[in-house]
Write a protein that binds this ligand. Sequence first.
Ligand code: CO
Length: 166
Amino acid sequence: MLRKIRVYGDKVLRNRSEKIEKIDEEILTILDDMLETMDEVGGVGLAAPQIGINLNMFVIKIDGVVRKVINPEITELSKEMLEREEGCLSIPGIYKKVERPAVVKVKYTNENGESVQEELSELGARAFQHEYDHLEGTLYTDRLKPLAKKMVANKLKKLQRKNKEK
Ligand code: CO
């Protein structure tokens, strides 16, 4: 089932999400819905808060490989940093370069309840960090350098005004 994607200004995007204690039917359904919703709009990642659910899970799809990520942790960040353009389904119309660690080691539970440990680089590392941020109520625009932040400030204000009432 397609879910409504929450947009910048919606408070649910700013909450800290909670740990998932049990992977039950409801959680699996939400993950399926998130994947369907993300595919519908052609995204590479979608976190639960973006459909209004403050639970620690997200989906990412990199080079056709889908990961359903539950209770993620980032256990190591590389010193090497990379700057690449990012966008977010909750911040329509804005794309800006963000600097992030190039490689990350991560740990999470998958939809089968198995513990997974991986080292991610390139788009995988970026997407994982971007979605992980969502679970802490952080958006990529928070991480922009001062000048870039200034450049998007007006657009963000407009989104904020439009969406905070909903
Ligand atoms: Co996002």
